[in-house]
Design a protein around this ligand. Sequence first.
Ligand code: IVH
Length: 671
Amino acid sequence: MDINEAKRRAIELAQQLNYHNHRYYVLDDPEIPDSEYDRMLRELQGIEERYPELLSIDSPTQRVGAAPAGKFEEATHLQPMLSLGNAFTAEELQDFDRRVREGLGTAGLVAYSAEPKLDGAAVNLLYEKGVLVRASTRGDGASGEDITQNVRTIPTVPLRLQGAGYPARMEVRGEIFMRLAGFASLNQRIEDEGGKPFVNPRNAAAGSLRQLDSRVTAGRPLTMFTYGIGEWEGGGKPDSHTELLATLARWGFAVSPDASLVTGYQGCLNYYETMQQKRPDLPYEIDGVVYKVDSAALQEELGYVARAPRWAVAHKFPAQEELSVIRDVEFQVGRTGALTPVARLEPVFVGGVTVSNATLHNMDEIERKDIRIGDTVFVRRAGDVIPEVVRILPERRPDSARHIELPNSCPVCGSDVERIPGEAVARCVGGLYCKAQRKEALIHFASRRAMDIEGLGTKLIEQLVDADLLRTPADIFELTADALEGLERMGPKSAENVIAAIERSRHTTLPRFIFALGIREVGETTAKSLARHLAGLEALVAADEDTLQGTPDVGPVVAGNILRFFAEAHNREVVSRLIDLGITWDEMPQVGDSDSQFSGKTVVITGTLSEMSRDQAKELLESLGARVTNSVSKKTDFVLTGENPGSKVEKAKKLGVTVISTTEFSKMVNF
Ligand code: IVH
C-alpha cells in the first residue's frame, strides 16, 4: 500500500469508526458487532504506525489516551462560561418568570426550553472547521485548565462533527458526568485494588477529568450531554434553544433526552414535578432542572446580570445529603425477624423532609463505614427511599463516641438473636411468637396457597393483632363471630363467613400445613417434598440434620432453618395446639410406599396437555411420589409431552431421557 492509498483508506476508516462510535455511544443503537469495530480500529492503528504523517488529532485512535503530561495548561475561553441563578422554591421561580416578562415588556406567556440540571463537571469544547481542537474545564469562568487529551477519550464527545453547516469556529458547552452503573463498577474496581472509592458520581467525574495520564481517564466511564454554546464564528446560529439542541444532536453530540419546550411559569413547575418523579429512575444524578427562554432573539434582548444570564435559571431539587449527628442506635425487628440497626439523629432537613431516623442496614455496614454513636455523618434521602447514613466525618468524632453492639436478645420478644456466620443479617428466632413477625406470619398462614382461609386477609389480621385477639395461628381456630363483629367493617354476615372459612380450613393437606408455618425458605415445593419423604408431622418436628438433608430440595441452609424453627419451644407449642384444635389432613402417599412407576422419579412437563391441565398433571404426579421440575437434565427420568412441545423434547432425546405422550401417561396412571 503506497501513501496515497493508505491516506484514502485512513480517511475512510476514520469516517466509519466515527459513525459507528456515534451509533453505539450517543444513539445507543449499534449497527455492527464490537469485534468489527475493533478490527477497523486496529487496521487504522496499523496504517498510522506505518505512516505517522497520516495521524491527525481527530483520529478515532486518539481516544485511548496518551502518556502523562506534566501539568494542565491554562486555557482561556473565547466567550466566558457563565453561571446560573438559582430558584429553590416555587415563589423564586415565579419571581424569575416575572422578571423575564418585565424585561421583555410582555404580559403574555413565555416559551421556555426546560432540561435536567446534570450533576457533573462543566466543560468547554472548541471546534475549528468541525474538529475538536481544545477542551477545558470551566475554571473561574474566564479561563480553565486544558484537558483536551482527557476529553478526547470520552466516546460521546465527537472528535469531528458529522453532517454540515457548522460554523468555522465554535465553543460547545455541556456537562461531563458518570452514570450510576459506571460509578458503582468503577468504585468496586478501585476498592478491589485497595484504593479509596469516590464519594459520589460528581467527584468521580471531576477526579477522572483531572488525571494527568489520559490513559487513566480512558478507563473511566465518562459521558457528556451538551446544552449550550459560547463562541460562534461564521454560519447562522439556531434561532431557539430547542433548535440549538436539535442541531447539536445532528452534528453528533449527545443531548439530554428529557429536554422539553414548556410554556410559562406553570409549564415550568409541571416540568419540575415530572422530573422530580422521574429522578429516582434516571441512570444518572441530576440536582434540579434548568429553564432557558427558548427564543435566541429574546435571550439577546434580556442580556446578562453580573455573570449570569437573565434568561435562564436553575430550579434546584432539595439537597439529598446533609450533615447530622447520631444520638443513639436502636434495633428494629422486621417482618422476617431481621434486626435492622436504625440511627436516631439530630433532626435535619434533607430531600425535602425532616429526617430523624436513618437506616444503618446491618452490622457489616456499620463496621465497613466505621459508624459509632456520637459520630457526625452524611445523611442521604433520595426520592422516596429510606434515609441512610452514607459516611462519617472521622475528624469530627468526639472522644465519647461509643461502639454499636448487636443485642443478644430480640428487643421485641426477648427470643435469641442469631447471626449466621457469613450472613450480614441478624435475626430474631422468635418466629410466630415475636409480635413484630406475627402479623406477617399470620397473613402467610391464612393465605390462599397455605391454609386458604377466605376473608381472613391482611386488613382483618392487622386489626385482630392490634386488638390482641390474635397472637399465634392457633388463636385463629378459637375466634368467635362475636369477637369479629366488634371490628371495623365487620357485620354479622361477614363475621359468620369468616368463621365458616376458618372451619373449612381445618381439614387441609400436610404440605399446605408445613408451608403455612412460614419457616424461612420453606416454600411450597420444599413443603411437599418434606411431607412426602418424612413419615408425617411428628417425624418432621423430630428430624435431625441428616434426615432433613436427605430430602430432595433441602440443603444445609434450609435444614438449618427448619431445625432452628422447631428448636424454639414457642413454635413447637403452636404446632401442637393447632393439632389439638383439630387441624387434620389425609395420609400422604409416601415415597417408597407407592408401587407407581413414578415414585421417586423426576418428571418435566412440556407442551399443551390435552386430557388434563398442567397443574392437574403435576398434582397427580406428585401424589404418585414424583418430583416435577422445569428443566431437562441428566437427572430427569421422564418428559411428559403435550402438543407443541418446545426444545425440551429435543434435549430429552439428546440426553436419552424417556419421553411419554399424554395418552401413554393416562394409561400408565389410569386417569
Ligand atoms: S446552562 C448560561 N444547562 O449548572 C447557561 N447548565 O449552576 C449556563 N449545568 O455551570 C449553564 N446542567 O455546570 C446549563 N442543562 C444545563 C445544565 C447546566 C448542569 C451546570 C453547569 C453550570 C451550572 C450552573
